[in-house]
Design a protein around this ligand. Structure first.
Ligand code: SF4
Length: 525
């Protein structure tokens, strides 16, 4: 979801003394390694023969109302890993993690898991040796060293990204970035092509097998028994559950889609939800792929093709590398750096509950063409790319004052790649500006004009993106002004909001717009 640069200003602060952030050891080869369901790649083990513990916990599924395809993906990935490892893995299908751990003999180690809650759990178990986290490009110590760097007052993603590029020698010519510029984002904000065709083949899709069939039958049965409940549609599995599948998708992206990725990465099209996106975030967040290896493979592929006379646009290559080693790592580290309170930050005082139509992914209840299309894609696939997340779904919640913590839960549950760490930073920080500007220098609020420019939605909509008042007033355009009016005091000190706030004073019909939007509330627009 990340877009644009942020800075570390007010809001929640670091909690370095927290035991969940201790300097854990890095290796424990003579132990059985418990791998959580988002730690499934070989880089979470200390060697090819290390015994493994895998636990499928029904309680984790029952705790939340996940998208059906997310539950399928996680269970399928875990069961495929157990099948792959054969006798090397002890696989428990139980009610809770504790039930399984109580049955295991011998020393067990675990790489630090990915949420405060799960870290607290493993640290409370005296029978577990907790190791440093894996699955990210920069380590906790490297991030801390960078954050505490001499004279550093702001924790900008852009600075972090450059540091990481230098540290790992990615897209570098000696001390300089390849092409002479670090960030080519300005070339990656083009609207959709006029003919609505992005010009890449369909992504490669995995094939389901008998393990998927078992998962599907189990989920059906548990749902019928009332043990779990889901949102969203069941459907063919679209995302990788094994390392082999994840590598296949990576290769397909590098060969057929990467070149077209950059220019239209922010565009939205009614008839093409995949565009040239990599669709790799679920595989990365399940731990099937090591992100540094993905970045290295991307650079190698681009260099090999350039040597063969097939030069890929640098803005596409750099844009993808920035997503993986810049934004993904940055939101991971900020999740920990800003501490436990980060999740509960609510700087704009947003307290509306998530409306039922949104919670239920009920696109049929929605007239607004953009929101209906995005919600429909999410219901069907459990995935939409970063701009529908930020500028359609997140923008709606921001304008309507929906509680940021509740929206974080909603994103976590509704997306196949959603996890606590990624959604707290992306939703509380980036999308809802609830952290008071710790991650983003201004709220990602926009009216219908932005959506009109970046999509083909508005032409077929019953609303008019230019109208803020009346029957056909666009809920995003009107909502934008109502949002500014409601948050004027909190945003007054933000210099990047000075001009938009000044614009409010020029609106003669502002009281009528505000009243119209008050009546509209969070009813399906
Ligand atoms: Fe969305 Fe407004 Fe455009 Fe309709 S007019 S598609 S509600 S931005």
């Amino acid at each position: 979801m990340a877009a644009g640069a942020g800075e570390h200003g007010g809001g929640p602060g670091p909690h370095d003394a927290d035991p969940a952030l201790a300097d854990f050891p890095h290796r424990a080869p003579r132990t059985r390694r418990w791998c959580f369901a988002d730690q499934l790649g070989p880089h979470f083990l200390d060697g090819p023969d290390q015994p493994v513990l895998l636990i499928e916990s029904r309680a984790v599924l029952a705790r939340r109302r996940f998208h059906r395809q997310k539950a399928h993906l996680v269970l399928s990935a875990l069961r495929h890993r157990a099948a792959e490892l054969g006798d090397r893995a002890e696989f428990h299908q139980v009610g809770t993690y504790a039930e399984a751990l109580d049955r295991v003999a011998g020393p067990v180690s675990v790489c630090a898991p990915t949420s405060w809650r799960s870290r607290d759990f493993v640290l409370a178990r005296r029978d577990l040796q907790v190791l440093a986290a894996r699955g990210f490009v920069t380590t906790q110590a490297e991030f801390a060293g960078w954050a505490e760097g001499r004279g550093r007052r702001r924790l900008l993603m852009e600075d972090f990204y450059r540091d990481s590029r230098r540290r790992h020698d990615v897209l570098m010519n000696g001390a300089e970035p390849v092409g002479g510029r670090w960030n080519l984002d300005a070339e990656n904000r083009e609207p959709p092509p006029a003919d609505g065709r992005i010009g890449v083949p369909e992504p490669w899709w995995p094939e389901e097998d008998e393990i998927d069939a078992e998962v599907r039958a189990d989920l059906d049965r548990w749902e019928a028994d009332g043990d779990v409940s889901f949102v969203g549609d069941d459907g063919p599995r679209l995302f990788p559950v094994t390392r082999a599948e994840a590598l296949h998708r990576l290769e397909d992206f590098l060969q057929h889609r990467l070149g077209a990725f950059g220019p239209h990465e922010d565009a939205m099209l009614t008839g093409d939800r995949w565009l040239a996106h990599s669709l790799l975030s679920p595989a990365l967040n399940l731990g099937l792929l090591d992100p540094l290896a993905v970045v290295v493979a991307t650079e190698r592929s681009a260099r090999d093709r350039a040597a063969a006379g097939d030069l890929l646009p640098l803005n596409s290559v750099e844009g993808f590398v920035r997503q993986v080693m810049g934004w993904r790592d940055y939101v991971w580290h900020m999740y920990w750096h800003l501490g436990r309170d980060f999740r509960h930050a609510n700087a704009l005082g947003a307290r509306e509950p998530v409306p039922g139509w949104l919670a239920g992914l009920d696109d049929g209840a929605v007239d607004a063409a953009c929101l209906s299309d995005v919600l429909g894609d999410l219901r069907r696939d459990g995935w939409v790319h970063h701009i529908p997340r930020l500028m359609v779904l997140g923008n709606y919640a921001l304008q309507r004052g929906i509680d940021p913590s509740a929206m974080t839960d909603w994103f976590h549950e509704s997306f196949v790649d959603g996890y606590e760490w990624v959604m707290v930073a992306n939703v509380v920080g980036m999308s809802q500006h609830a952290d008071g500007g710790a991650l983003a220098t201004k709220p990602y609020a926009a009216g219908g004009a932005y959506i009109d420019r970046m999509s083909d939605y508005c032409g077929g909509c019953r609303y008019d993106p230019r109208k803020r008042l009346g029957e056909d007033a666009c809920p995003y355009t009107a909502g934008y002004w109502a949002f500014l009016d409601r948050t004027r005091e909190q945003l007054a000190g933000n210099h990047r909001m000075r001009r938009p706030l000044q614009g409010l004073d020029r609106l003669r019909d502002l009281p009528a717009v505000v009243e119209q939007e008050r009546l509209r509330g969070t009813g399906a627009p």
